[in-house]
Design a protein around this ligand. Structure first.
Ligand code: GLN
Length: 230
């Protein structure tokens, strides 16, 4: 009898285009194509599940999902509780403000302002650090980054701190976004990785090997072109 194909379940928070989002009920994005390509080249089936960003790491730890891919930055804190694949994308953070804002031009100008970010992200952690330095800073956390941009647009906050490629995508694809990016990309060594349960070296090796293969055979470049070089 033919061997049953191996299958993994991968979690993602599909509110973060161009990495993951939902279009007509379908999961789409760079991360979605990437994990599918890795599994395909390695002879695995993959089922992708949408869940809250903050639920991803606990779900990996509890074995409810085998892996998480979600524009997730490899941080020391997260490395204490999950293992990460080799990095697959360089992101970094950027400040977004309303078009008419003239007072915020760099990270030096964030203290004492009203800031928004997505809950549980490195952008949110950055905002919290600004507040530690200047307690008059107001920090609002939102469940997804789209809500943070809405709050910025309507004047509820002065700036949104978020991953550069996602903020750029929001500005490029949203009509009347009324939002601009200011300053330099910071945390520029920020890299995305795929999270697996601590000690699951079999799966980690499968993913790293697959990632290497799709980088060598041109598939990674094709996926990159599809989402970042229109
Ligand atoms: N890269 C950021 C982080 O890992 C944001 C990820 C996300 O919102 N999907 O914290």
């Amino acid at each position: 009898a033919a061997e049953k194909p191996k299958k993994i379940i991968v979690g993602t928070n599909a509110t973060f285009p161009p990495f993951e989002s939902q279009e007509k009920g379908e999961l789409v994005g760079f991360d979605i194509d990437l994990i599918r390509a890795i599994c395909e080249v390695q002879g695995y089936e993959v089922e992708i599940k949408h869940m809250g960003f903050e639920a991803l790491i606990p779900a990996v730890q509890q074995g409810k999902i085998d892996a998480a891919i979600s524009g997730m930055s490899i941080t020391e804190e997260r490395q204490k509780v999950v293992d990460f694949s080799d990095p697959y994308f360089n992101a970094g953070l950027i400040i977004a403000v309303r078009n008419d804002n003239t007072t915020i031009n760099s990270t030096d100008d964030l203290r004492g302002k009203k800031l928004a970010a997505q809950t549980g992200t490195i952008g949110a952690a950055y905002c919290d650090r600004v507040k530690e330095q200047d307690p008059s800073t107001v920090v609002k956390h939102f469940k997804d980054i789209g809500e943070a941009f809405m709050e910025l647009k309507k004047g509820g906050v002065d700036a949104v701190i978020n991953d550069y490629p996602v903020t750029l995508n929001y500005i490029l694809t949203t009509e009347d976004a009324n939002i601009k990016m200011v300053g330099e990309v910071f945390s520029a060594d920020d890299k995305y990785g795929i999270a697996v349960k601590k000690g699951n070296t079999e799966l980690l090796n499968m993913i790293n090997e697959g990632l290497k293969k799709i980088k060598e055979n041109g598939t990674y470049d094709k996926i990159y072109q599809k989402y970042f070089q229109q």
